[in-house]
Write a protein that binds this ligand. Structure first.
Ligand code: MF3
Ligand code: CO
Ligand code: CO
Length: 274
């Protein structure tokens, strides 16, 4: 496979130049800004279509474009995944109610680059179960990110996530993975959220990809609804997800979708895990 605009690659994974990473960072910060806007508007009584309208308009206002719209036929500008929805929820008339958790997954295209980030938000006060699966998925992502550095292996990321999530009594979704990103929404490598330490491709500085573990309270099996997109847990249990886009560096990584302030409706339980 060839990648538009990238000059170097290793194992079919493009190595971005400093200039390319600068552009990717700009796209990522567009997505992050829009996610902050979602956070600011969230309240019980809104529909997921209200979130879609905001994301579309906010993205365009910033001079970017919402990548989900018409992506392989996806009909909306953002994915909104409530409670037992694992990912790829389609915004509709569903009303957000106190006790719900909702993942909002924003991907912005800016200057030809894709920035991809998501968070799970609390609507009102969560049940202990909703809080648990959400905080486990938040910390699982942090542990995955902490594995990343030049010379580490892809399997180190999945191993760290899987070990923690399973120790907390949760399961890690197998059916969807993180992905390389740049001038393409999805490109190699596939970033599994389960794995074996010391296995898999070696990470090299300049590789850019997402880590986006989907964590279920029950079993990891998912089912895609008739609409062809909405993935739900087979057992109906709650599911939560966080996503960042990162670039591998010599000493670690840079989180290109990093937030400079907490999310009011998500970062509500600091210190739950490490
Ligand atoms: N943003 C999702 C991801 O993290 C992909 C959504 S594809 C869509 O990879 F078509 F559903 F928008
Ligand atoms: Co992604
Ligand atoms: Co995403």
């Amino acid at each position: 496979m060839m990648f538009r605009g990238s000059e170097r690659s290793l194992n079919n994974v493009s190595i971005k130049s400093v200039r390319e990473v600068d552009l990717l960072r700009e796209a990522c910060q567009m997505a992050t800004a829009t996610l902050h806007g979602v956070d600011a508007m969230l309240a019980p009584g809104l529909t997921t279509e209200d979130l879609n309208r905001f994301v579309h308009e906010d993205t365009v206002r910033r001079g970017a474009w919402p990548a989900p719209l018409n992506y392989h036929g996806f009909p909306k500008s953002v994915c909104t995944s409530v409670n037992e929805v694992v990912c790829h929820g389609i915004p509709d008339k569903r009303v957000l109610e106190p006790g719900d958790i909702v993942n909002v997954d924003v991907t912005s295209i800016y200057k030809g680059f894709f920035g991809d980030t998501s968070a799970t938000f609390y609507i009102g006060d969560p049940s202990p179960e909703a809080k648990h699966v959400t905080e486990v998925s938040r910390h699982a992502l942090a542990l995955g990110i902490a594995e990343v550095r030049d010379g580490a292996r892809l399997g180190d990321i999945g191993a760290a996530i899987q070990h923690f999530a399973e120790a907390q009594g949760c399961s890690v979704v197998r059916a969807f993975v993180g992905h390389g990103i740049g001038r393409n929404f999805h490109e190699p490598p596939q970033v599994s959220h389960i794995g074996t330490r010391g296995s898999g491709m070696r990470l090299r500085a300049g590789m850019c990809f997402t880590i986006e573990p989907m964590i279920n309270l029950g079993n990891y099996d998912v089912e895609v609804l008739e609409d062809g997109w909405t993935a739900v847990t087979r057992d109906g249990s709650l599911s939560a997800q966080f996503e960042h886009t990162i670039v591998v560096t010599k000493s670690g990584c840079e989180v290109l979708t990093r937030r400079s302030a907490p999310l009011v409706h998500s970062d509500r339980f600091p210190g739950t895990f490490g």
